[in-house]
Write a protein that binds this ligand. Structure first.
Ligand SMILES: [Fe+2]
Ligand SMILES: [Fe+2]
Length: 258
C-alpha cells in the first residue's frame, strides 16, 4: 500500500499497517528533525538565564528524563507481547522516539552545566513520578496489554503532552524548540493509545471499569507530579489549574472518561 494514499480510504487492517509503519513515522519526523541537531536548529544560541531559572530548568529536565526513561522501558517491554505485528512495528518507532527524547533532554542538561546527569536525576526526582514509573513497569512486566497501553499511551503521554505544552509557553528558545519536537512525537503515541483502546473498549465493554480502577490508582501520582513539575517550570498557580483541566480533558477525549 503506497504511503501517499489517503488514510480514510483504506480498509481498517491496511490503515493500521500504514499508520503503524516506519514509512509513516519517517514522513512525520523528517518535517521537524531534518537538519536539526539535538532536536533543534543548531544555529539557536543560548539566552542569558537567571541562576534560579537555570536551577528550576535543571530540576524540570531531570524529571522529564524519568518520564522518558519510563516510556522507553515500557514501550520496549510491550513489544514482546503486543497483539499484532503492526503494533510491534509501531512500538518499535515509539522506542526510537523515546530514546531520542531521553537523549535530547540529557544533552540539554549537559549544556546547562550538569556534568553527571544520572546523579542529578536521582537527587531531583519527584517521588510521585518515580512511583508512577514503578507502577507502569509493573503493568508492563505482568504482560497486561490493556493496563500497559492505558498507563503509558493514555495517562503518561497525556501528562507529558500537557506539561511539555505548558512549559513551551514559558521556556527559553532552545528548550522550547526541543519541547515542540518532542510534543509532536507524544501526540502520535497518544493517537496510537486512543485508537487501540478505543477499538478494544468497543469490543469488550467490561474493560471500561477495569481501566477506571487503574486511572483511580494512578490519578494521585499524576496530580502530584503535575503540581511539582508545573511549579518548577514557572507556570503561575491559576495557569496550573488550567493545564490540569487540559490534562483531564485530554484523557476524557481519548474515550476513556472513566
Ligand atoms: Fe517521550
Ligand atoms: Fe511518548
Amino acid at each position: 500500500m503506497p504511503v501517499t494514499a489517503e488514510p480514510h480510504e483504506l480498509l481498517e487492517s491496511d490503515f493500521l499497517s500504514e499508520v503503524h509503519s516506519f514509512d509513516f513515522w519517517l514522513q512525520a519526523v523528517e518535517g521537524y528533525l531534518l537538519d536539526s541537531e539535538h532536536g533543534r536548529d543548531p544555529e539557536l544560541t543560548e539566552e542569558p538565564m537567571e541562576e534560579s531559572q537555570r536551577e528550576a530548568l535543571i530540576s524540570t529536565l531531570c524529571n522529564y528524563c524519568i518520564g522518558e526513561t519510563a516510556a522507553l522501558e515500557a514501550s520496549s517491554g510491550m513489544i514482546g507481547y503486543a497483539p499484532s505485528m503492526p503494533i510491534k512495528i509501531f512500538l518499535s518507532t515509539q522506542v526510537v522516539d523515546e530514546g531520542r527524547h531521553l537523549e535530547v533532554f540529557l544533552h540539554r542538561l549537559r549544556e546547562l552545566g550538569v556534568q553527571d546527569p544520572a546523579t542529578a536525576i536521582m537527587q531531583r526526582a519527584n517521588p510521585s513520578l518515580l512511583k508512577f514509573k514503578e507502577q507502569l513497569l509493573e503493568y508492563v512486566d505482568s504482560r497486561d496489554w490493556e493496563a500497559a497501553v492505558f498507563a503509558q499511551n493514555i495517562i503518561l503521554e497525556s501528562l507529558e503532552f500537557t506539561v511539555f505544552g505548558a512549559h513551551a509557553e514559558t521556556a527559553d528558545p532552545i528548550t522550547k524548540q526541543v519541547l515542540l519536537g518532542v510534543i509532536k512525537d507524544e501526540r502520535r503515541h497518544m493517537g496510537f493509545g486512543e485508537n487501540d483502546l478505543g477499538r478494544r473498549l468497543a469490543l469488550t465493554p467490561h474493560l471500561r471499569p477495569r481501566l477506571g480502577r487503574i486511572k483511580h490508582e494512578m490519578d494521585m501520582l499524576v496530580m502530584e507530579t503535575f503540581a511539582g513539575t508545573l511549579r518548577d517550570t514557572g507556570v503561575a498557580p491559576d495557569e496550573q489549574a488550567r493545564f490540569t483541566s487540559n490534562y483531564l480533558a485530554t484523557v476524557a477525549r481519548l474515550g476513556v472518561d472513566l
